[in-house]
Ligand binder design. Structure first.
Ligand SMILES: Nc1ncnc2c1ncn2[C@@H]1O[C@H](COP(=O)(O)OP(=O)(O)OP(=O)(O)O)[C@@H](O)[C@H]1O
Length: 507
């Protein structure tokens, strides 16, 4: 019994080895990737295991929660997103898909079901991904897991199989490629967010303690460049600039600059500065971090806020001239108070100012703190961030704050021009020409009316309002605005004639 058992297992061993050798020869000689993929899909796991006898496989396992952390691993999420596109969306031979809802994602997230396996091809090499899970830890999950989702749910993994001879290709190029592509899918699928900074006491708007310094809502602003009324040439320049920035990763790396860009939007209230930011975010598909500077207590808090922003985002400080006393006036005041001590104001150490320099809200953020925030830290954090300052009084800002290199592009948002009006007429009234357009064109040249006011006049106020009545109303308002401008000019002329000292610009 023993001898026959031994000879039976010997002969089955020989047969198995022969099959493996033949299979490996066949495998190595299979011409064309498609054939390999066909075979790998249909003979799948068993054939692969046979081939592994002579050409060993390596594996890489990626856990959903690695190192006992509460947060899902970035690598796991990226692989999941990559496989979602690479397999589920195109079929990929996967029969069992899992559908889950996910935070901040609109659609259901599809992923491979447990024990599903899928092949992927990369530069002539074939690799295989297996999804599997293990039961939750019953024992002694660390207390900081707090019995939360990570502790209760099955522990999920992706395992990558590849031939040893593809080791360098897979580890050096394929895996980074998977993570990059996965990230791109995640960015595309995610709901974008509008973040605002918390008050500084760590509680969010609902009075709940928050670990993050930011709270957020879903960003769903409808404005795009298509509905932003401004001079078309200027608009194109901004769009081209944003596109160049988005595609500029290699350029920034080559010239040794952090991948960031600063925009200063200035102009009177109602000319569309906030609207422009929404259009930029929608165009680039970026999140928006809206910093309320008056709630930031110290330069250190400002630094923390910045560090917690993510790539592909626009960081906004609106009305920078009002947020803090970061203006020339403050510099002057300080210079006087310092009794001869020179105020360099530019990029020192971000030291906190004395109490008398705090703004009304109790913030101790200084000009140097903001400058450090803009340039010093840029280089320390990963790229693809845009920072936008808006102001109604560009002339009041300290030149150090807005010099090129910090605020690379200065965009003036001005009163409504005729081209901008035509766009608003199309958007609000669906009208492209009208006998009142000529009157509007000549009045706009002389009257200062913001796009916000033009848009308001073009908005029907009752069911009886139509394009005729709205445009007639606009013409009436423009005539009034024109009279105001003329009266102001005349008043100024009179003042000059009277020798009045017109120094209110220095306020
Ligand atoms: N250029 C524009 N194109 C289209 N709509 C505009 C434009 N400017 C203003 N509006 C309309 O007017 C409203 C107010 O504009 P917005 O808040 O963008 O102006 P702002 O320049 O940021 O003003 P403020 O300086 O007071 O913050 C917007 O909701 C938008 O509907």
């Amino acid at each position: 019994m023993e001898a026959s058992g031994w000879s039976t297992s010997l002969s089955s061993g020989i047969v198995l080895s022969l099959v493996a050798v033949v299979w490996t020869m066949l495998w190595n000689n299979l011409q064309g990737l498609q054939l390999q993929q066909f075979v790998s899909r249909h003979l799948s796991r068993h054939a692969r295991r046979l081939a592994a006898i002579v050409d060993p496989y390596l594996t890489v396992t990626i856990a959903e929660y690695d190192g006992g952390r509460m947060k899902r691993s970035d690598a796991y999420k990226e692989v999941q997103a990559y496989l979602q596109r690479a397999t589920c969306a195109t079929g990929g031979g996967v029969r069992h898909l899992k559908a889950e809802t996910a935070k901040d994602v609109d659609a259901l997230v599809l992923s491979m079901g447990d024990n599903e396996e899928v092949a992927d091809a990369f530069r002539g090499a074939t690799v295989w991904w297996l999804a599997y899970s293990t039961p939750p830890r019953e024992d002694n999950a660390p207390s900081y897991w707090g019995g939360g989702r990570a502790a209760r749910a099955d522990r999920r993994f992706y395992r990558l199989f590849f031939l040893e001879r593809h080791r360098d290709l897979v580890l050096g190029e394929y895996l980074p490629h998977v993570r990059r592509e996965g990230r791109a899918v995640m960015v595309k699928n995610r709901q974008r967010k509008l973040f605002t900074n918390l008050s500084g006491d760590g509680y969010d708007a609902d009075g709940m303690w928050s670990e993050s310094v930011w709270s957020h809502v879903v960003f769903e602003h409808p404005k795009t460049f298509a509905t932003l009324a401004m001079d078309p040439a200027k608009k194109k320049e901004v769009i081209d600039d944003l596109d160049a920035f988005r595609k500029g990763k290699d350029y920034y790396a080559r010239v040794g600059k952090a991948w960031k860009r600063g925009y200063l939007l200035y102009g009177p209230p109602g000319t569309g500065k906030s609207t422009m930011i929404a259009a930029m975010a929608n165009h680039l598909d970026y999140d928006v971090y809206d910093i309320e500077l008056t709630s930031v207590r110290t330069n250190t808090d400002l630094r923390k806020l910045f560090i917690e922003t993510t790539s592909k985002s626009i960081i906004v400080i609106e009305d920078i001239d009002c947020s803090l006393d970061l203006t020339r006036a403050r510099k002057k005041k300080k210079k006087a108070n310092d009794d001869g001590q020179k105020n360099d104001g530019d990029k020192k150490d971000g030291a906190e100012p004395p109490d008398e320099e705090k703004d009304a809200g109790g913030s101790k953020v200084t000009l140097s703190g903001v400058l450090n925030f803009i340039d010093g830290l840029w280089s320390a954090c990963g790229g693809e961030r845009i920072i936008v300052f808006t102001t109604n009084h560009v002339e009041k800002l300290d030149p150090a704050l807005i010099r090129r290199g910090r605020m690379d592009k200065h965009i003036e948002m001005s009163y409504c021009c005729f081209e901008a009006f035509k766009l608003l007429a199309k958007v609000y009234l669906d009208v492209e020409s009208h006998h009142l357009f000529d009157a509007v064109e000549s009045l706009l040249r002389e009257a200062n009316m913001t796009p916000a006011d033009v848009a308001e006049n073009l908005t029907p106020k009752s069911v009886d309002d139509d394009a005729d009545s709205c445009l007639a109303e606009l013409v009436k308002e423009l005539e009034k605005a024109k009279k105001k401008v003329l009266a102001k000019k005349e008043g100024k002329g009179k003042d000059v004639a009277d020798g009045a000292d017109d120094d209110d610009d220095d306020e």
